[in-house]
Design a protein around this ligand. Structure first.
Ligand SMILES: Cc1cc2nc3c(=O)[nH]c(=O)nc-3n(C[C@H](O)[C@H](O)[C@H](O)COP(=O)(O)OP(=O)(O)OC[C@H]3O[C@@H](n4cnc5c(N)ncnc54)[C@H](O)[C@@H]3O)c2cc1C
Length: 358
């Protein structure tokens, strides 16, 4: 029999949405054009907070706040059920944002211990190897996850779920129109009662098959990975660039933000620019080997506002989370499931309603 849901795209958004819907009793067929969890959800840094959260509109804060509370249980239950540890680390984040101090403190005022002023000396005690041009703000509750591991754990949880079928290395295309959308793999039609697009940066391209205009487009980001060195112990964000420590002492350093379409190759300019920022922030990194450089495609959207909800009775979207797709994934997936199942939504869905123009 046909699945209740065809989930197109198995990144963090598709996999968490599939798990939510399967837990709600839906039979889900999830298809990815590659291997599950290996696009933006693999490439991302895994900071469980928007970078400068006070710069975002309240609907982003609403999704982030719900998600941040959900993360510890989500990761613990994924680790229990799959044996794959996503390395959730709740060590906090130091942020230099001299010009935005008042705005940051005002934003944090309503939230417990979200943003705290500290002295230079306190900052040095927290991160002795980090060179800070200005006294940072301290966000003690910010966590991070190791994104490739979270992707592997989610993939395993989906494979293990009796109500989810995962097909990989199969590209899906769309035909028909919004009211009667049809999904195809090659020339073969894929039957399903409802279709969800969790196709990240590819969502605008896929919807063009229905003559629907959608502003979700790829925004390339490049990263560097430093060998184990234990020079940084919490996330440090300075001048738009950040260092994220992993449990084994490696440091992920990012990132660039490039509007170059689906051009995937990491390049020398990005390497040089990221390397200069990294060594400025942590001078001793000049003595540490670089293990890797990679690029990923964020699902870019105006103001970073995702589309979560129906475009028609049959076609739904959970996409466009731009720089914050990892942190926003639990709330976005729960909200999508609430709406699809006719349950009371965890938060007001209005701001995320797809704003399509045919
Ligand atoms: C360098 C970088 C750093 C980042 N850092 C952070 C961070 O620290 N914190 C944070 O919260 N977020 C971060 N992000 C953003 C975050 O990674 C993304 O917002 C998030 O991963 C998006 O998840 P997704 O599932 O929507 O997209 P993806 O993970 O890209 O998944 C979409 C999937 O859809 C599949 N697909 C597309 N088209 C088709 C098709 N036609 N048929 C079948 N399958 C298809 C793709 O193969 C892919 O697997 C970062 C991103 C980058 C690139």
């Amino acid at each position: 029999s046909s699945p209740d849901i065809l989930m197109v795209g198995a990144g963090v958004m598709g996999m968490l949405s599939a798990l939510e819907l399967a837990e709600a009793g839906q039979k889900v067929l999830m298809i990815d054009q590659g291997r599950a969890g290996l696009e933006a959800s693999w490439a991302g840094g895994g900071i469980i907070s928007p970078l400068y959260p006070w710069r975002y509109a309240p609907p982003i804060t609403a999704l982030a706040t719900w998600s941040q509370q959900a993360f510890p249980d989500l990761i613990a239950s994924l680790t229990d059920s799959t044996g794959i540890d996503s390395e959730l680390s709740a060590n906090g984040m130091l942020v230099t944002a001299t010009d935005e101090r008042d705005q940051a403190l005002a934003w944090g005022a309503g939230l417990s211990r979200a943003v705290i002023e500290i002295s230079d000396q306190e900052a040095r005690v927290l991160e002795p190897h980090v060179h800070l041009d200005a006294t940072p703000l301290w966000m003690p509750r910010v966590a991070s996850v190791r994104t490739p591991r979270m992707g592997q754990a989610l993939r395993q949880a989906c494979l293990d779920h009796p109500k989810i079928e995962l097909r990989e290395h199969q590209e899906v295309s769309l035909g028909g129109d919004l009211d009667d959308p049809q999904a195809f793999s090659g020339s073969q039609r894929i039957a399903a009662h409802r279709i969800v697009l969790s196709t990240g940066a590819w969502t605008g391209y896929l919807l063009s098959g229905l003559n629907v205009r959608c502003p979700i487009q790829p925004m390339k980001g490049q990263m560097l990975l430093f060998s184990p060195c234990h020079l940084v112990h919490r996330v440090v964000l300075a001048n738009g660039r950040y260092a994220i420590p992993r449990a084994d002492g490696r440091i992920v350093f990012g990132s660039t933000l490039e509007d170059v379409g689906f051009q995937r190759t990491p390049d020398r300019d990005a390497f040089d620019s990221l390397y200069a920022s990294a060594v400025h922030l942590v001078p001793q990194l000049a003595t540490v080997d670089i293990e890797a450089q990679w690029a990923g495609f964020r699902p870019g959207s105006p103001e970073g506002m995702p589309w979560i909800g129906p475009m028609s009775e049959k076609l739904w979207v959970n996409s466009g989370h731009f720089r914050n797709g990892v942190v926003l994934s639990p709330a976005s997936s729960r909200l999508l499931c609430d709406l699809m199942m006719g349950r009371t939504p965890i938060i007001d869905p209005t701001p995320y309603q797809p704003r399509n123009s045919v």
